[in-house]
Every structure is written in C-alpha cells, then in structure tokens.
Design a protein around this ligand. Structure first.
Ligand code: ZN
Ligand code: ZN
Length: 134
C-alpha cells in the first residue's frame, strides 16, 4: 500500500493523512467492531500515531475498559480506534480512505464471531481470535 494515504468521514469535517504505509491490515469480525459500525465486518489498518495527521475534531467514545473509538461529531462516522492493548498504535477504518481500493487486507481476525451468513471467498489467513501480527 502507498505510504501517503488520506481519508475522511462521511461529511468531510474530519480528515487524515498518513506519512507511512500501515503497520498491518486486518478484517475484524468481532462484535464490538461490527456494532460500532453497523457493518458485518470491519476493515482495519494500524499506524503509529505520529504517522497520522488529523484535520477537524474527533469525538471519542470509550467502547470498553481498554478501548476508545473516535468519530465525527457531525455525521457520526467511526474514524479511529485506540486501545491500551496496542499501545503506540492508532487503528483507522480502511473504508474511510479517499480511495479504499488502495487497501489490501492481510488476514481475518476474531473469525469465531463471524456472522453465519457472511461468506468471504479469499485466501487470507484466518484467526479465530486476535491475530498474531508480531
Ligand atoms: Zn463527518
Ligand atoms: Zn474488532
């Protein structure tokens, strides 16, 4: 993936640019991600926070004891995720990219929670819970 990616929320009030390619990418099937986005699966990409430059104001919601989700207060689009489980990382939603076709997922994680009617015909590695990305 190219190092200079850019993305935005639905209304465009919150925008970001990255100065590095993602550290990793993953398709997450966990219930928390699904509910936050009302989507059957969520495409993620991880960055060092210093590699993401923001414009506009993100509101945050503490979605669990360890996780905070950022969103646009105008349109409600989910835009970022941070957790004490992954210190030194910020996770962005791949489909917020200006060109989501640039995205290349590496794997599926939390596949044990996959919705039974969602069938994805790819050859990516599948992790039942969290992926070992180290
Ligand atoms: Zn917005
Ligand atoms: Zn998840």
């Amino acid at each position: 993936m190219p190092p200079k990616l850019s993305g935005r929320c639905l209304c465009g009030a919150v925008r970001y640019k990255t100065t590095a390619a993602p550290l990793w990418t993953a398709l997450c099937h966990c219930e928390s991600c699904r509910r936050a986005c009302s989507a059957p699966v969520v495409a993620w990409m991880g960055f060092a926070p210093s590699d993401v430059k923001w414009e506009g104001t993100r509101k945050t919601y503490q979605s669990s004891e360890i996780a905070t989700r950022g969103f646009c207060e105008t349109c409600g689009t989910q835009i970022s995720f941070e957790s004490t489980r992954w210190p030194g990382e910020i996770h962005l939603y791949a489909v917020s990219l200006d060109d989501p076709a640039d995205y290349q997922p590496q794997l599926h994680c939390h596949a044990a929670e996959r919705l039974p009617w969602l069938h994805m015909a790819d050859d990516l590695p599948v992790f039942k819970a969290g992926a070992d990305l180290s």
